[in-house]
Design a protein around this ligand. Sequence first.
Ligand code: FE2
Length: 247
Amino acid sequence: MIDLHCHLLPGIDDGPDTLKESLALCRIAVNDGITHAVVTPHIHPGRWENTRQSIEQQRNNLQQALNQQGTPLQLGFAAEVRLTDQILQQVENNEIPFYGKVDGYQIMLLEFPHSHIIPGSDKLVAWLMKHNIRPLIAHPERNKQIMKDPTQLRPFIEVGCWLQLTAGSVTANFGERAQQIAHQLLKDDVVAVLASDGHNAKARQPGLKQAFDAITEQYGAERARRLTLHTPAVIAAGQFTEQAITV
Ligand SMILES: [Fe+2]
């Protein structure tokens, strides 16, 4: 599987603190069936001041350590970009790492605040689309406002956003309501990507395989493969050598 949302780099956000912890988490990811992972550290002004350059450097360091250990995990890099009024400037400064281009649009992992949807988010997203940047919205099923009223997500889907579900939501690790919303979105077939959002070796392990199996059982193997392999391979095509991905 190809994991498009995970926090594997050490000391850069709320993922692992040390290289040792990173390597242990990477081994868990490999045992979970992940062959390729696009690391997505937080970019959140005032909290996590990461940039394209700092993330790329850290990715290179971790890849080198993985290679030395013989851990079969290929790393790409992007970022989980918090939706703030600074996004426009960050885009203009070329600070944001995208997954890659699909049909003329750069794909950006975009995170809403957990508690609510900031008024005006629809306009900001429309601005991004106009600038050929398509948001992949990170775990909408865990946003409190969407949990209360799932129709709040509709304008974002209509403007062209794609959706990323967190594996743990499908298997109820984030509670019953997040699981309900996750399955409603799966039933509506509006989910583009299933990803781990793995942060650590304790409560936030990858768990992608368990969700893959649950989706296979309820929606069929083809859907599970589309969400964890086929679509991620298209989105991250530029991150890995072509031969590295066996779709
Ligand atoms: Fe995340």
